[in-house]
Design a binder for this molecule. Sequence first.
Ligand code: ZN
Length: 77
Amino acid sequence: MNKNYHHFHQICISAVVFALLFVSLAVAADSYHGDVKSKIFHNADCRDFNCKSCLEIFETRDDAIEIGYRPCKKCKP
Ligand SMILES: [Zn+2]
């Protein structure tokens, strides 16, 4: 009885860890949006983050800079 409970508890912890990992990956994968017309990228706080031409998505600011995007002057990503 005690052993079964312990096993169940471990499964619960694993599920929580997995869920947190999944959520953090999903958030990290959508950190910056790049404007394909102006070649400027924004962070998630910027009001231009979801602009009409902000179709490029970057995981890190280095990814954006590497392919020629410049950081927005308003949100300073
Ligand atoms: Zn911006």
